[in-house]
Every structure is written in C-alpha cells, then in structure tokens.
Design a protein around this ligand. Structure first.
Ligand code: NAP
Length: 274
C-alpha cells in the first residue's frame, strides 16, 4: 500500500514582510509549511528565518521595482505561484484643507495602496494561473467601509482596492480573490505618519483616539492566522474576511448595513472627537 501523498508546499509572495502584519504572516506561512517570498523596500529589514524564505526588495509604487522584484520571484518559484498577499501599505494623516491643489497626498496614497498592489498582481497572474488553487489576498482595511477623519486618502485607497477585488471576483473566477479587512491591529503603522501638532484641535483629538485604539488593539497574529487559513485551506475561501476585536470585526463592520448614514456618521464624529 502506498503512503498518502504529502501536500505540495504552497508558494506564497507577501509584500511588506519586514514589519507588523506582513512579518507575522510570513512567519505563520512558513510554520504552516509554505515557501515564502517576502518583500521590503530595504532587504536588510527582512528576517532570515531559513531556506524556505526568500528576501525580495520592492518599492511597490515604482513600476521598475515591481518588474525587478517579480523577475526574481518568477525565476525562483519556477513560474508557479500559489498565492500573492498584497499586504504592504502606509497611511497619511492630515486635513483636506492642507492638501495641495494637485491632491498630491491622495495620488501618493493611491500609488501605494491601489496602483502598486494591482500592478504587482497583474505581473504575477500568469504564474498564479499555473497553480491548482490560486489565491490573491488583498489586505485592505475596515476604514474602507468606516472611513477615518483626516485619513480620507487612506480610507478612499482601501475602499478602491476592496471594490477592485470584488470586481475581479466576478471577472476572473478561476482565481480566489480575498479581501482581508483588518480593524485596528497593534503594529507600528502609526509611527510612519506625521502626528498633528498638539494645538491642532480636532486633528489632534482624532489622532489621540487612533493612538489609543492602536495601543489596545489585538496583535498582528490574528490577521496572520486568518491569512494562513485563506492561503492554506481547501476549497473556496470566504470572499471577505474582517479581522479585529469583537466590537470592530463584528459590530462596527455590520453598522453601515443596518444604521442610517446620518446616525452612523454622528457616532463616528463622536468617536473620533471631531
Ligand atoms: N495596523 C492596523 O491597524 C491596520 C488596520 C487595517 C489595515 N492595515 C493594513 O495592513 C497592512 C500592513 O500594515 P501594518 O500595520 O503591518 O504596518 P507596518 O507595521 O507599518 O508595516 C508596513 C509594511 O509595508 C511595507 N511598505 C510600506 N510602504 C511600502 C511601499 N511604498 N512599498 C513597499 N513596501 C512598503 C513596509 O516595508 P518597508 O518599510 O520595510 O519597506 C512594511 O513591511 C497595510 O496595508 C495597512 O494599511 C493595518
């Protein structure tokens, strides 16, 4: 009697593997038996957990960098990729009144949060289609459905990526397109943003609410485990996965469906103290 076939290790590319959710997810994917390609804008920031991890340099706002990164991954994975996790991202905090007239902040956020991940996905698509169970995970945010004041560009970028993912589910059903929407997760995400001055009134109060939520938020491990389930599971994964504490992931996520917009926005204004 022959032994049951061992599962083929899944080959996964994850962006933003140097910190926070991406670093935790890369570790969890390795622990689940995957071969992982993890990216950072600076290779030296990436961990060195062993031979099944491959470090890749990627600035996802640059088409040249996306092509160079993909050329490396394609060669090393032999042209077959099972999953792409578009996780890398950053945020910009500030008032609309301080945006420049060419809306540079909005453009910059769309480069990072929308055009970058979609451009990389387009490059990886033929290799994903060689997999028996291709999965693309786009890490968006609860902010895509419950926007954050003074983070309009970020909220809009995440909502755009969610909508793009949903359209691809209709158009290219041979790939599993999964929209993972974290609520607040305790990482150093806020550290990359410029905090508003202490005397900036509603901006400062809103920032302080965000900082307090981040400090009390669940660890990155909860998102990592959700992504591993999507990538390494069998059959069709859920199209949308909301991850966070009970209030955010269960109650707040459903609020736009059940509450009149005026009530919801009044609650959000009170929550952020604007
Ligand atoms: N933390 C939260 O509360 C939360 C909530 C909802 C959604 N999210 C989303 O989850 C994802 C991960 O966030 P996190 O909290 O783990 O943040 P983080 O700890 O700040 O990590 C961000 C990662 O993205 C990479 N990155 C940032 N800008 C990049 C760019 N232009 N090109 C390539 N890589 C870039 C960083 O890599 P290098 O700096 O090494 O290049 C880093 O690995 C983001 O998409 C974020 O929007 C986070």
């Amino acid at each position: 009697m022959s032994a049951p076939a061992l599962p083929i290790p899944r080959r996964v590319l994850i962006t933003g593997a140097s910190a926070g959710i991406g670093r935790e997810t890369a570790g969890a994917l390795l622990a689940a038996g995957c071969e992982v390609w993890g990216t950072s804008r600076q290779r030296s920031r990436l961990p060195d957990p062993g031979p099944r991890f491959h470090a890749v340099e990627l600035e996802q706002t640059s088409a040249d960098s996306r092509h160079a990164a993909w050329a490396q991954v394609e060669q090393e994975c032999g042209g077959r990729l099972d999953a792409l996790v578009n996780n890398a991202g950053d945020g910009v905090f500030g008032a609309f009144a301080d945006e420049d007239e060419d809306v540079g902040r909005l453009r910059a956020q769309f480069e990072t949060l929308v055009f970058g991940p979609i451009g990389l996905t387009r490059l990886a698509l033929p290799a994903l289609r060689r997999s028996s169970r291709p999965v693309v995970v786009n890490v968006t945010s609860l902010a895509g459905r419950l926007p954050i004041p003074f983070m309009a560009a970020y909220s809009a970028g995440k909502a755009a990526l969610s909508a793009y993912t949903a359209a691809l589910r209709l158009e290219a059903a041979d790939v599993h397109w999964v929209d993972v929407q974290p609520g607040d997760i305790r990482t150093k995400f806020n550290d990359a943003m410029r905090a508003p001055p202490a005397d900036s009134g509603p901006q400062r109060r809103s920032w302080e609410v965000m900082e307090a939520s981040m400090a009390a938020a669940p660890p990155a491990e909860v998102v990592a485990q959700a992504i591993v389930k999507v990538v390494c599971g069998e059959g069709a994964p859920p199209p949308v996965v909301v991850v966070g504490d009970f209030v955010q992931a269960k109650l707040a996520a459903l609020a736009p469906r059940f509450l009149p917009t005026r009530w919801l926005e009044s609650m959000l204004r009170r929550h952020y103290r604007v």
